[in-house]
Design a protein around this ligand. Structure first.
Ligand SMILES: C[S@@+](CC[C@H](N)C(=O)[O-])C[C@H]1O[C@@H](n2cnc3c(N)ncnc32)[C@H](O)[C@@H]1O
Length: 259
């Protein structure tokens, strides 16, 4: 049995922890607890609820308006792990600068970054986006079509990245990519980067953008990038989507072509 005096001594420690990490608790509350309760009460998955809101509040065929509607939902209703408006500016600038023709996105989710990228692509460019979760892919498909993009501009590939990447050349006719946006599970970043290298999919000078490099972080991926000598890299410091108080970063790599 813990004596009341010892228990009392812990109170300042617990209070300090709660104050210091309040934003992370808030994230856990919004992203996990609220989601579970609403999933249970409505019987509809969170991403489908978000889509129903977007469908009734947005202008079809206007990708920018769809993005704003998603942002409104994520700020005011339920947290979604979309790229969000701050990081969108970083990605937007890079797409403008690089004007890529063959883009690969790993982790489509609801299609937020997909339509952000697709609306900025030069004429004749194509975006391949990979999602392994069938329910999320179904929502993304509806969002992509709602934004007005057809199969020639955006191809949604259903399946885990580790199975899709080795098939990109033969099955999807994608000989090389010049821009990659990695935003799937962070533990897959390193494996998939090495898969892209092994299957000779990276065009010299290709840009790879990897989200959530600080929170939750991808330390093995960054260690490899820094040590292997095959990439030039930099980190764009920003904050977690829809949580300005939680620091995060987006990594920008350039493939030098050196094996
Ligand atoms: C953070 S969300 C992506 C957000 C999206 N890029 C956006 O900005 O709107 C991560 C998504 O990656 C998907 N995912 C995770 N690991 C994957 C893998 N190995 N292959 C394909 N999809 C994956 C998850 O199902 C989830 O939908």
């Amino acid at each position: 049995m813990v004596s009341p005096a010892i228990a009392l001594a812990f109170i300042p420690f617990v209070v300090t922890l709660l104050i210091r990490y309040r934003h992370y608790f808030c994230l856990f509350y919004r992203a996990v607890l609220v989601r579970r309760v609403r999933d249970y009460l409505t019987g509809i998955p969170k991403e489908e609820r978000a889509f129903q809101y977007v469908l009734t509040h947005t202008i079809p065929g206007d990708p920018q308006h769809i993005l704003e509607t998603f942002d409104h939902w994520s700020y005011h209703c339920e947290y979604l792990s979309n790229l969000g408006p701050q990081k969108a500016k970083i990605l937007e600038r890079l797409i403008y600068e690089k004007a890529p023709l063959r883009v690969l996105e790993l982790g489509t989710y609801c299609g937020y970054a997909t339509i952000l990228i697709a609306q900025l692509l030069p004429l004749g460019a194509r975006l391949y986006t990979v999602e392994m979760d069938e329910r999320k892919a179904a929502v993304a498909e509806k969002v992509i079509r709602l934004a007005g993009f057809d199969d020639d501009t955006v191809e949604l590939i259903r399946g885990p990245s580790q199975e899709v990447i080795p098939q990109l050349k033969e099955k999807y006719g994608l000989s090389h990519v010049d821009f990659i946006f990695m935003d799937h599970w962070k533990r897959c970043y390193l494996r998939d980067l090495q898969l892209l290298e092994a299957h000779d999919l990276l065009l010299e000078g290709a840009t790879i953008v990897a989200d959530n490099i600080i929170f939750p972080g991808a330390p093995h991926f960054m260690q490899y990038v820094k040590a292997c000598g095959k990439y030039k890299w930099r980190i764009h410091r920003t904050s977690l989507q829809y949580f300005r108080a939680i620091p995060d970063g987006v990594a920008q790599l350039t493939w030098t072509g050196l094996q």
